[in-house]
Design a protein around this ligand. Structure first.
Ligand SMILES: [Zn+2]
Length: 162
């Protein structure tokens, strides 16, 4: 059950958030967000999946709240692929999606789609981005609900950066 909107990036694309430097493998979106912050779940989240130099996977999550039209999303959201298809983005800089403030919540987790492997480092950016109602409904026309339910924290520790 592949219900993700993945993007193909030019080889060598990198993204640095906090201490996290690695190769960006792909990014994709979920609606609603798979994260909640202080009990609040967001209408959309972007997951930037990296492979670190140590070979471990890490995911940077960017939450979206409803607001203004997001210009950085526009090139993608006007050409959204259908389920299971990939979208080639030749000249897109995914860094343009990120807010200026890169502070984050960090915790250890797993992939949210099968095989849901453990050992994935998660960094959820504190600063949210905005997306318009129209952009959100365009996404939801193709992807009605593609999020894993919120998982219990169990004994995991959530670290907060400055
Ligand atoms: Zn994801």
């Amino acid at each position: 059950m592949a219900t993700r909107c993945k993007s193909i990036l030019r080889p060598g694309t990198r993204l640095k958030v906090g201490e996290d430097v690695g190769h960006l493998l792909q990014f994709h979106f979920h609606t609603p967000s798979e994260e909640s912050v202080n009990g609040v779940r967001y209408p959309l989240v972007a997951h930037f999946v990296h492979k670190g130099f140590d070979g471990k996977l890490s995911v940077v999550a960017l939450l979206f709240k409803e607001g203004r039209r997001n210009q950085a999303l526009a090139p993608m959201f006007t050409a959204l692929p259908t389920e299971g298809k990939l979208l080639a983005l030749a000249n897109m800089n995914p860094g343009e999606l990120l807010p200026a403030d890169h502070s984050y919540f960090k915790f250890m987790g797993s992939l949210t789609t099968p095989p849901c492997s453990d050992g994935v480092r998660w960094q959820v950016l504190k600063q949210t981005a905005e997306i318009s109602k129209q952009q959100l409904s365009a996404f939801r026309k193709l992807y009605t609900m593609n999020a894993r339910p919120i998982q219990p924290l169990n004994s995991r520790v959530v670290e907060v950066s400055d």
